[in-house]
Design a protein around this ligand. Structure first.
Ligand SMILES: N[C@@H](CCC(=O)N[C@@H](CS)C(=O)NCC(=O)O)C(=O)O
Length: 250
């Protein structure tokens, strides 16, 4: 498997920090209501953080971001407090902690059913859950060969055969959904959990210059043009390069 080409020289590693970002849409500070938080890590590299964050945005949830720098062992104790799995994203809502991206998506659908995170039609909902599950548990070759790196551009990147098979399967899933439900999103007129699950793939295809058929290229453009995606990407672009070795997914 070819290693991803290195991005240009980065500034020296900064001290790891845990910071509360200011992206909450409403603040509960000063009230007795429990604060809703989403623990996440790098906006440039962390594809799972992006998925969880997008889901919260799609649900219209007011939340504060808790940003953890995942490459420093000294913050792992705090990460364990935030997430029993040590992994991000982790949502804390009304005193409950929900970790693992699919669990977060299902929880959000329960508390905000009107947001349409899952399709209203039972067959479409089952289809949506199936392709979300496929993303959640699969495509290991794509994930290791084409890690999410929003800032980087690797034109002419040679994709190895194992990852090509993943790309073929993902684009088949997309074409099937877009033909069945009419687009522009996977299950029709509004983005849902499935779009959040596949959103980091749109960045991967962009970063590594993966050639796409017109239908999948238009889908990628639609996802990258979502205001929430643009907001995330803008934050990723100004993120300090703390993780020198991380041209692999973490
Ligand atoms: N299956 C998990 C995967 C989460 C995951 O792998 N998160 C990575 C960041 S993208 C992580 O927390 N890594 C922290 C670490 O390795 O210390 C989910 O769906 O949330």
């Amino acid at each position: 498997m070819p290693a991803a080409p290195k991005t240009p020289a980065r500034p020296p590693r900064k001290a790891a920090s845990t910071s509360r970002a200011t992206a909450s849409t409403t603040s509960t500070a000063g009230s007795s209501a429990p604060t809703t938080t989403l623990t996440l890590s790098s906006k440039n590299y962390s594809s799972w953080s992006l998925r969880g964050w997008l889901m919260c945005r799609m649900a219209g949830l007011a939340f504060e971001e808790v940003r953890l720098s995942a490459d420093d062992p000294s913050i792992r104790a705090e990460l364990l407090l935030q997430s029993s799995s040590f992994l991000v994203p982790c949502l804390t809502h009304e005193g409950r902690r929900i970790w693992d991206t699919l669990a977060i998506g299902e929880y959000l659908h329960e508390i905000v059913p009107q947001a349409g995170l899952l399709p209203s039609d039972k067959a479409a909902r089952a289809h949506c859950r199936s392709i979300c599950g496929e993303m959640h548990s699969g495509f290991a070759n794509l994930r290791s060969a084409l890690p999410m790196n929003i800032k980087a551009r690797h034109e002419g990147f040679k994709v190895w055969a194992g990852a090509l098979a993943d790309i073929e399967r993902i684009t088949l899933i997309w074409r099937d959904c877009l033909a069945t439900y009419g687009g522009p999103y996977l299950f029709g007129a509004a983005p849902c959990l499935a779009d959040a699950m596949y959103a980091p793939v749109c960045w991967r295809f962009t970063t590594y210059g993966v050639a796409l058929d017109p239908v999948c290229a238009a889908y990628c453009r639609a996802i990258l043009a979502l205001p929430a995606m643009e907001e995330w990407a803008a934050a990723a672009r100004i993120e300090p390069d703390e993780m020198e070795e991380l041209d692999v997914e973490f």
